[in-house]
Each structure stands twice: as C-alpha cells, then as structure tokens.
Design a protein around this ligand. Structure first.
Ligand SMILES: Cc1cc2nc3c(=O)[nH]c(=O)nc-3n(C[C@H](O)[C@H](O)[C@H](O)COP(=O)(O)OP(=O)(O)OC[C@H]3O[C@@H](n4cnc5c(N)ncnc54)[C@H](O)[C@@H]3O)c2cc1C
Ligand SMILES: NC(=O)c1ccc[n+]([C@@H]2O[C@H](COP(=O)([O-])OP(=O)(O)OC[C@H]3O[C@@H](n4cnc5c(N)ncnc54)[C@H](O)[C@@H]3O)[C@@H](O)[C@H]2O)c1
Length: 456
C-alpha cells in the first residue's frame, strides 16, 4: 500500500530541517527520511564541533593578548566533553521526537526515487505532491598511490577525535584544513597543510591567501602551497607506525594522521535520479532553477545543489523551497553570501573578489585599511593590535560589491558589509553612517569614506 504526503524530504541536515519545519508550520503533511542523524553534517561533524573546539583555543590566545591577563589553562578532557555535549553525543532522539510531535512521519533509512513523486524506503513506497532532495555532500574522492593502505581521516574523525595526535597532515587548504589545522596546532600537534592551489583559500582574493599563510606559519603550521601528494606509504619509524606523504616537488612529510580536506562532492549516488529524469551537473550536483526547483514537483536544497556549501545557504534554500510549496512564490538570490573561516583572528569575506568583479566587467575601486593604524578598537581590544580590511566598490555605480577582513570578530561585523552589498548601498550611504565608537565596524565607514575621496 502506498502512503501519500504533501511533501517528502530526503536528507535531514540543515537544508532538510529548514524545509521540513517551515512546511510543518504551514500545516503540510510531510514525511522526512534520514539515513544517519537528523541534523546532518553541520550539527554533528562539521560547523558545531569545529567551532566549539576552536573557541577554547581562541579564548586562550585572546587572553594572552589582553592587558593584565595571563595564559589560561586548557583542559582537553573538559573541552572534549563539552564538544560531545554540543554534538548531542551523536544521538538524534530529541530531533526525531520533536518532529513526530509536530506531526511529521520520520523514517530513519536510505531513500531512493522510483518515479516522479515516488520514493521507496524500507520496502515501502511513499508518494507526494512534492519531493525535496537535501542529501548534502561528502568528502571528495582522492586518487593517490598507496592511499588504500593507510588510514585516512575526514572531517568526521577530526571533529570527533578523543586524543590529540602528535603530527597531522591535511591535504587541502580550504576552510576545513585551515580551521581544523589551526585548532590542532594550538593544541600542540605538529600540523602540515598541503595545498594543491598556489594559495590557501584559493577562491578568495590572493592577498587574503598570502596573509593567512603568514598567520598560520607564525602559529607553527607548515604551509606547503602549489604542491600535490602523489604517493603515501605506511612505514615503521622511530615512533612506531607512521605515514610518509610524498609530494610532487620532491619533498616528503612524515605524519601520524592524514586528513582528506580536499573538498566535498554532492551526494546523489543512492538516489536513483534516472527515475525522475535528472542528470547530475558537471560537479555531481543537482541543478536547480531560481526557485530551487529541479523538476516538476521536485526540489533540491543545500550542498547537493553545489551553489555554496554553507549551512546558512542550505537554510536559506530550505525556506525558499518551503515558501514555494506553500504557495508563496519565492526566488533565491545569492547576492552577498558571507564566508567566514573561524581561525583567530577570523577570516571573513563577502561578495565579489577583485578578480570575479573584473570578470563581470565591473570597473572596481578598492580601499585597504590596516586597522591598528586607523581605528581605536584594535588597541582597546588587544595589546598587539592587528587586522586588515578591504572594501571593493563599483566605480561607476558607487555601490559596494565585495569586502574581506582578517581581524578579531570579523565574522560578526562582515555581516554589515553583506547587508550593504545585498541592498546595493552606495559608498556615500556607508560613509554617511554613524557607527558605534570604538568598534571594528568603524572600519567600514572609514574605508567607504576613503573610497569617496578617491573618486572625487
Ligand atoms: C569541517 C566543516 C566545518 C564546516 N563549518 C561550517 C560553518 O562553520 N558554517 C557554515 O555555514 N558551514 C560550514 N560547513 C558546511 C556545512 O556543514 C554544510 O554546508 C551543511 O552541513 C550542508 O547541509 P545540507 O543539509 O545540505 O547537508 P548535510 O548536512 O550533509 O545533510 C544531508 C543529509 O542527507 C542524508 N542522506 C544522504 N543521502 C540520503 C538518502 N538517500 N536517504 C536518506 N538520507 C540521506 C545524510 O545522512 C545527511 O544527514 C562546514 C563543513 C565542514 C566539512
Ligand atoms: N567556516 C565555514 O563556513 C566552513 C568550514 C569548513 C568547510 N566549509 C565549507 O565546506 C566545503 C568543503 O570545505 P573544504 O575546505 O573541504 O573544501 P574546499 O573546496 O573549500 O577547499 C579544498 C581545497 O583543497 C585543495 N585541493 C583539492 N585537491 C587537492 C589535493 N589533491 N591535494 C591538495 N589540495 C587539494 C583545493 O585547491 C582547495 O583549495 C566548502 O565549501 C567550505 O566552504 C565551511
């Protein structure tokens, strides 16, 4: 017997949850299907544990840079227990019960499409007016000789670790490698980051990549850019079993733990997409239109769409899809999605990079501030003040198109720049702002003011 629903959500990470809760609030009868834990990657193995772990190392380093404070102790076992609490001890009973109380049918198993509006799970066939795919992404496959013979960690083993390894090597210098590498170096591990691209965070402004490499190197990380691992071997060394990573510049890295942080690929293999006539795009993603629609009565949200692999984007798309299903037509607008790497200091970017702006034919004008030379807050905040901020504007329209910062709390105050870009504020609007003194956000007004002068 088939069971019919208004909507079925496949995958209950952030994107699936955002869709499901909004549909439930809108009075829809829904089924949600999750093969692992309701809450998905972010809640258990990504954003939440990584930010929880990083906060203690950040607070300790901040104390060292604050007048009158000395280095506080850091108890790994207490931090580890708090991390376990924050990831709900990898138990989603509360989430399952909560959804059931709201009226959802919750199924913990792998779902498979068997036709338009038809989903097979645990031998049952469910039908629905709408099917929402929210199956996320998984670590990309690595092709390196010898890899099958050595243990390779992903973000999952790294964020759930119980012991701090002596030596850790990250393949990949994106947000995952930088955040988790930064945490581990501050916990005493000897960390190496092997980055194929010529810079860390290679989709950002090159100036940002250079700055981060300097900061991470100063923190003790061995940053190797423009190189690739071609072979890995397990050997018996002085300290017992170890892994030797051979790089294509002729150098090697000896390590205890090897982490694949080379990016993520959308999860579609288990879905049987052919049944609904969908072929994954070039990056393995499900292509969606401006409403996040992948076909008739078929929608996709989150990492599986390959749009921008962030929790806030998955949540946003979930709201867009739910509103469309609820009969409130809504278009997704990805202008000014903030991108923050939670190191200390934080690395934050939003909008276009200078290269992407030029690629769109925009004549740009930029202003870079060394914050300690320009505003008071860095001095009241820390004894060794630090921070760089760049604002990028469209010369002709005078609107803001991009910004980045490497500075304390940048992940918070970059959101003001995000709002300004999203709502097409001009540099004149920003320069006319009255901003709390002393705050890091003052940099935004000051940089805008400098751009106004530059354009006179
Ligand atoms: C280390 C790390 C740190 C991160 N930190 C941040 C951060 O600080 N901020 C931020 O914005 N983003 C961060 N991200 C990115 C963020 O985790 C993802 O963008 C987000 O989790 C995507 O949510 P999602 O719902 O699309 O997918 P997921 O959370 O991956 O959920 C997909 C779900 O679908 C389930 N599923 C898959 N196939 C099926 C099937 N056939 N049937 C049933 N269920 C299925 C999976 O089990 C999974 O639970 C981080 C990522 C990593 C790796
Ligand atoms: N704070 C956050 O919001 C946060 C934190 C972590 C991850 N994420 C998101 O999760 C997604 C995955 O992050 P990620 O850092 O794993 O991937 P990524 O794609 O952002 O970065 C991977 C990096 O690895 C490099 N690389 C690829 N193949 C390589 C190889 N064989 N050897 C060495 N380097 C190689 C690439 O040049 C790239 O710079 C991203 O979209 C990211 O934005 C977000």
């Amino acid at each position: 017997m088939s069971e019919h629903f208004d909507a079925i959500v496949i995958g209950m990470g952030t994107g699936g949850e955002a869709t499901a809760y909004r549909l439930l609030a809108g009075g829809k009868r829904i089924a949600v299907i999750e093969k692992e834990l309701i809450g998905g990657e972010c809640a258990y193995w990504a954003c939440i544990p990584s930010k929880t772990l990083l906060r203690s190392t950040e607070a300790r380093a901040e104390a060292e840079r604050t007048a009158g404070l000395t280095r506080p102790g850091l108890e790994w076992t207490t931090l580890r227990d708090y991390r376990d609490f924050m990831v709900r001890h990898l138990d989603d009973t509360g989430q399952v019960d909560g959804l059931r109380k709201l009226g959802a049918t919750v199924i913990k198993a792998t779902a498979r499409l068997v036709g338009p509006g038809k989903v097979e799970v645990q031998g049952r066939t469910l039908t629905a007016d709408h099917v929402v795919i929210a199956t996320g992404a998984a670590p990309s496959h690595l092709s390196i000789a010898g890899l099958a013979d050595v243990p390779v960690w992903t973000n999952r083993q790294t964020t759930t670790l119980t012991r701090i390894p002596e030596r850790v090597t990250f393949l990949g210098g994106g947000a995952t490698g930088i955040e988790l590498g930064h945490f581990l170096t501050r916990m005493g591990s000897q960390v190496t980051i092997v980055q194929r691209g010529s810079r860390l965070l290679d989709r950002e402004d090159p100036a940002l990549g250079d700055l981060i490499a300097e900061l991470l190197t100063a923190d003790g990380i061995d940053v190797r850019t423009g190189v690739r691992a071609h072979t890995v071997r397990r050997v018996s060394g002085r300290r017992g079993e170890e892994i030797v990573v051979e790089l294509d510049d002729g150098t090697t890295v000896d390590t205890d733990v090897l982490v694949n942080a080379t990016g993520r690929t959308p999860c579609t293999a288990s879905l049987n997409l052919e049944a609904v006539g969908v072929r994954p795009g070039s990056r393995g993603h499900i292509e969606v239109d401006e409403n996040c629609r992948a076909g008739d009565g078929l929608w996709a949200v989150g990492d599986v769409t390959g749009v921008a692999l962030f929790t806030h984007v998955a949540t946003y798309q979930g709201r867009v899809v739910a509103d469309n299903i609820l009969g409130r037509p809504r278009v997704a607008d990805y202008t000014a999605v903030p991108r923050v790497v939670f190191t200390q200091p934080e690395i934050a970017a939003v909008g276009l990079t200078p290269a992407s702006a030029r690629g769109q034919g925009i004549d740009i004008v930029a202003s870079t501030l060394q914050l300690a030379d320009e505003i008071a807050r860095p001095y009241t905040y820390e004894t060794d003040p630090y921070g760089t901020f760049t604002l990028i504007a469209d010369r002709r329209r005078r609107t803001l198109v991009g910004a980045w910062a490497v500075a304390p709390l940048a992940g918070e105050w970059i959101n003001t720049a995000a709002l300004a870009i999203r709502h097409h504020l001009t540099i004149d609007d920003l320069a006319d702002g009255i901003v709390q003194f002393p705050s890091y956000t003052e940099a935004l007004t000051l940089a805008a003011d400098k751009l106004v002068s530059q354009l006179q």
